[in-house]
Design a protein around this ligand. Structure first.
Ligand code: CO
Length: 432
């Protein structure tokens, strides 16, 4: 299968952050990685390949070298995307005989693309089972809901800039009175009794399949490219890389879209907890752990804005990444991104060695732009870091567009990154 078909298959199987992490877990397990549990002892030895999940929606994988780790090569991307979360009392019946789903926003999405699209539902439910409680993933898979637009005849100003009120405009139609309830649909998909389902974390997702398109199929469009394209590229690189004497780490964090401050987000103790426990289990002490971290290097991978074909004026005047132009290094004077001249030079050299072109991104000086998980992670585990991504259009739409060639550029860059070691010297850095 070619790389973009593999990417689109991975995204299609990952309709929620829980599913994305499940698929990363399966890929790691197939490559011989063993799961460690935070509630149990971390028994690891040199040469082990392990991973840890937290909340089922974040994951850290580690490849432990044969000797005491001489450094740390870490990449991080996020498993979540903006979506609509289904509220507790899900069904809202109206006197017109409609049944809608009651939803709220998760993250900062573009609302308009969600309208008039067949939607399905996926996520996690917790239920009674085997004398206790168990959480299971669920995906209704087929279209069950749709958020209809108001006809132009009823809203003549619809094309003049529309303000979407989530509480009013964004509720999807599920059924008409008398149909199966939403809870019955979920229970049916799981093959369990409705009354055994105690609670749920369920999200709407568009069922539209990803596609390759353009005169020469140079573009790839899909839901959730931000940031599953980076999760996919980093995972591939992590699994394909040569063994080194550094600890190789792959982090997939949930909740980037809502500030990362959950127990499993980048702004939690997850990363330092796992790194410290693994280092201690290898017989290292706190000083050895701190030396390993401070000699390390992080790639924070989250997609970047490509110049828009109809709105070139929204991009910076000189740092204007395009799709299919290679990996984008992101800069921000106010440290919203972790890149500095040292980390940019290191990552640029790694890309050069991999034959991968590099582009530069900065916001227009009058636009604040977004931030990402890099600088948040660094407040817990401090090491040199660069923010990168692939250039894409329509970020936070539910159907985003990126460059078909760039998927391979990221895989090549990350394979090179994880195959290398970085040594800090008193006056510089060696990339070995
Ligand atoms: Co992102």
């Amino acid at each position: 299968m070619d790389l973009n078909s593999e990417l689109l298959s991975f995204i299609a199987r990952s309709p929620s952050a829980f599913h994305a992490v499940e698929n990363v877990k399966d890929a790691l397990a197939a490559a011989g990685y063993r799961e460690l549990y935070e509630t149990e002892d971390f028994s690891v030895k040199p040469g082990d390949k392990v991973f840890v999940r937290r909340n089922g929606s974040s994951l850290i994988a580690l490849r432990i070298p044969e000797a005491v780790p001489s450094g740390l090569m870490l990449a991080a991307a996020h498993s979540d995307s903006p979506a609509f979360k289904i509220k507790e009392n899900a069904s809202v019946a109206s006197s017109d005989g409609y049944v809608r789903l009651n939803v709220e926003k998760y993250g900062g999405m573009l609302c308009a693309p969600w309208l008039d699209r067949p939607l399905s539902v996926a996520g996690r439910v917790t239920m009674r089972a085997e004398g206790g409680l168990v959480s299971r993933l669920v995906d209704l898979e087929r279209p069950v809901a749709l958020i209809p637009n108001l006809a132009i005849h009823m809203d003549r100003k619809a094309n003049d800039g529309k303000a979407y009120e989530a509480h009013v405009d964004m509720l999807p139609l599920l059924s008409q009175a008398g149909a199966k309830s939403f809870d019955a649909l979920v229970a049916g998909a799981l093959g369990v009794k409705e009354e055994d389902i105690l609670s749920r974390d369920l999200f709407l997702y568009p069922v539209a399949a990803g596609s390759l398109w353009g005169a020469e199929e140079e573009f790839v469009s899909s839901p959730r490219l931000d940031d599953l394209q980076c999760v996919f590229g980093c995972l591939k690189g992590f699994l394909q890389a040569k063994d080194t004497q550094s600890l190789a780490a792959l982090c997939v964090f949930d909740n980037e879209e809502v500030g990362s401050s959950s127990k499993q987000g980048a702004d939690s103790s997850f990363l330092p907890d796992v790194l410290r426990r693994v280092c201690y289990a290898l017989g290292m002490d706190e000083t050895a752990y701190l030396r390993c971290v401070s000699g390390g290097f992080m790639v924070s991978a989250d997609n970047a804005h490509a110049v828009h074909p109809n709105h070139g004026e929204q991009a910076d005047r000189s740092d204007r990444p395009v799709m299919n132009g290679g990996v984008v290094i992101k800069y921000n004077a106010n440290a919203r991104y972790t890149t500095d001249s040292v980390s940019a030079a290191v990552f640029g050299e790694i890309c050069r060695a991999a034959g991968v072109p590099v582009q530069r991104y900065t916001n227009r000086a009058d636009k604040p732009g977004g931030s990402t998980l890099g600088n948040i992670s660094l407040s817990h585990v401090s090491l040199d870091s660069v923010d990168i991504g692939l250039a894409q259009l329509a970020m936070h739409s539910c159907y985003e567009t990126a460059g078909a060639k760039d998927t391979e550029y990221l895989v090549r860059a990350m394979t090179e990154f994880y195959s290398r070691e970085i040594r800090k010297t008193p006056d510089g850095i060696r990339i070995e």
